[in-house]
Design a protein around this ligand. Sequence first.
Ligand SMILES: Cc1cc2nc3c(=O)[nH]c(=O)nc-3n(C[C@H](O)[C@H](O)[C@H](O)COP(=O)(O)O)c2cc1C
Length: 185
Amino acid sequence: MHAPKILVAYYSRTGCTRTVAERLQRELNCDLEEIIDLRPRTGPIGYVRSGLEALLRRIPNIVEPRKSPADYDLVVVATPEWAGTLSSPARSYLTRNRDRFHRLAFVVTHASPSPGRALEEMGHVAGTPPVAMLDLDDWRVQRNDVQPEIAQFARQISAVLDRLPPEQLPLRPVIPPEPVHPQHA
Ligand SMILES: Cc1cc2nc3c(=O)[nH]c(=O)nc-3n(C[C@H](O)[C@H](O)[C@H](O)COP(=O)(O)O)c2cc1C
């Protein structure tokens, strides 16, 4: 029987989303891909630039991903929330791979008690509604307090893939996407 292929792709500026992505990867026993910026975002200037890029819905250049989402039955995209929406590097990843996703799930980490519109907007950017979504407070991630939610989210994803009829696994082919020309912030 074909075992579903899952990829966790994440962007993280300060490590919180990375922690969640790595734990999820262990739960799902799947592949991991870091979304990497071409320009650094450290310090106050990096913070302000990041917030502006998110507000303006910019699509900054990112390093070419090593793994193609088209090779996976499901891709989990994890991002921090910036200015009430998804981070700009995660927006770049979703935009450039829009036509390569078979199924998606989303994770957002955030500092305020409730999430903004990042999860909703990720679905619009990708053009595909997610099969599962998770949002986590950064302070709870730092306190190492989120393992039950991560495990439950992994079970939810596995259950969706387990319910698929065999003809939908392995993957159906996807149409090659048009190249995306990134804007610079
Ligand atoms: C530029 C910027 C804007 C942010 N805007 C928000 C926001 O609107 N709402 C929120 O809850 N957290 C916001 N945060 C906090 C991050 O979402 C949160 O700390 C996240 O867990 C950081 O993830 P990371 O360590 O993987 O980069 C913002 C952080 C940055 C750097």
